[in-house]
Design a protein around this ligand. Sequence first.
Ligand code: PMT
Length: 320
Amino acid sequence: MAEPRISSIDGKLAEEFAVPSHVEEVKEKMAAFAAHHAAAGRQVVLITSGGTKVPLESRTVRFLDNFSSGRRGASSAEYFIESGYAVIFLHRHRSLYPYTRMFSTMNMLDALKFRSGEGASSNCEVVVNQQVLPNIAKVLKRYQEVKESRLLLPIEFNTLSEYLHLLKAAAQALSTIGSKAMFYLAAAVSDFYIPASEMPEHKIQSSNGPLQLSMNMVPKILSPLVKDWAPQAFVISFKLETDATILLDKARRALDTYRHQAVVANVLDSRRGYVVVVTPETQDELLLTEEDEKNEVEIECRIVSNLTSAHKVFISQQAG
Ligand code: PMT
C-alpha cells in the first residue's frame, strides 16, 4: 500500500490522536535542553523506550499494549551519557529507567536493614544492606553526577497518542541543532489504533457477546520525521521480528522506504546478545560471547559505540 503523504500524516495526527495538554511546554523544555548542550559542544540523542498503549474505550478500562521492558532504551541512555552525549529519554511511564533499572526486580524492603545494634522500632535508623546491593554506592554516585550536570531529560508517555505527539515535538525541538541530533527509536510502537471518533465512551460490555475489533493503521511516523521534522538529524530505527529469516530483508526495506541512516535489527529471543546494525552500505553483526556475558558486558554498549562512531562521520560529512 502507498505511504500516506507527509501533510496527510500531520493532519491525521491532529485529527485522530488526542494532543497532550503539556506538549508545547515539553517542546520548549526539549529545545532549551538541546540548545544548551549543543552550545557546550555535546551531541544530543533522543531515545524512545518502552511500549505504547492503545485504549479501546475513551474512559479506558481495556487497552492494547506493545511488548517492551524498556531495558534497551534505559541501558543505552547510560552508554550514550558515558560517550559524551546529552540524552532526552522519551519513555513509557514505569518502564525501566537509567540507573534504577539495575534494581527493578528487587523488593525495596529486602535491600534495607536497621543500623546494627539498634532494635527494630519505627524511629530507629535504616541503612542499605550492602550484601544485597554491593554496587549501590557506585550507581548512586553516577546517578547524582548525571542529575547535577543535567545530562538526562526524562519525558514520559503512556498512550500511542502521547508518544506520537511528543515524538513530533521532540523532532521539531531538535531540528535546531541539525546533524548534532540523533534519534534512537527503540520504543515498540503500535501499528493499530481506534480513532477517537470511533471509540466507545464507556466500558465495552461482555453481555453484548464476543468482541470484534476493527482497528486503523497507525501512520509510520518515521516518514515525516526524516523528511520534514528533523531532516538533518542522524536517525536510527529498530526492527523487531520473531522470525529471524525475514529480519534483514525487513530492515533493508525500512532503509529503502524511509531513507534514514541505520536500522538496528533484532529477534525477540536473542535480542540481549545479538543485533545487526544495517546501513545502506554496511551490515555489522554485534554479538556477545560467553566471556562477555561472564563479564556482564551489555549489547547496548556495543550498539552505542557503533552508532556514536557512525554519527561522528555523519556530522563531519554534513559539515564538509
Ligand atoms: O525494551 P526491551 O525489552 O529491552 O526490548 C527492546 C526492543 C525489542 C523493544 C527493541 O530492541 C526494538 O526492537 N524496538 C522496536 C520494536 C518495534 O516495535 O518495531 P516496529 O517494527 O513496530 O517499528 C519499527 C520502527 O518504526 C521503530 O523504530 C518505530 O519507532 C518506528 N515506528 C513504528 C510504528 C509507527 N507508527 N511509526 C514508526 O515510526
